[in-house]
Design a protein around this ligand. Sequence first.
Ligand SMILES: [Fe+2]
Length: 211
Amino acid sequence: MPVLVSSPESVCLPDSEHRAEYRALGYTVLADLWPDALSAALEAEALERWPHAEYPSGGPRTPIVEARAPKRQTPVACGDVLSELHAALTPVARALSSRVVVASFSAYGYYVGDDRVLLHVDSDQCDVTLLVNALGTVGPLHLRHELIGLDNAALGKFESDLDWDQSAGTRVHYPPHGLLAMAGNVLPHNRPEHAVDGINAVAALCYKSLY
Ligand SMILES: [Fe+2]
């Protein structure tokens, strides 16, 4: 069964099954949304932008004790292809969330050496977060429904606890030629550290609700 149906305006929208899943679970996975050529363009742009990547000045920060601190930060870069995709996917974000959201922020995040993501919720710019595997391969994201309602200060206490199981939660892989959609500022998420080869990039596309 195809993931997408075409609206009268020729904008591909998620079908009712995926919209229902997003409403019920706060996330869904939409594979094969776009042609190989777009994935190739994202890959090329992510690689081209890598020398320009910088550490973000803002964004969510999970407070964590030194013993569990990550070995590195995640540098980010923006890009024209990514910006176009960001705008084009606005109807998808609206259909999933049933909210009037607007494109707020997009960037490639780079993982070199390891792919760890500290447990966090996204910023208030991310009522809907779409994640796309742009370059290379990283591990699945771990979604933590049991921790919904906690802010980053509280989530940091879990990351700081040496006995906390980083590998629990619902593991979701980024699909080929598509995206993981989630209520990023509500649903806590993390990725346990594991070694990765080469330069890897995940594109994050955020949408903020107007109301
Ligand atoms: Fe996030």
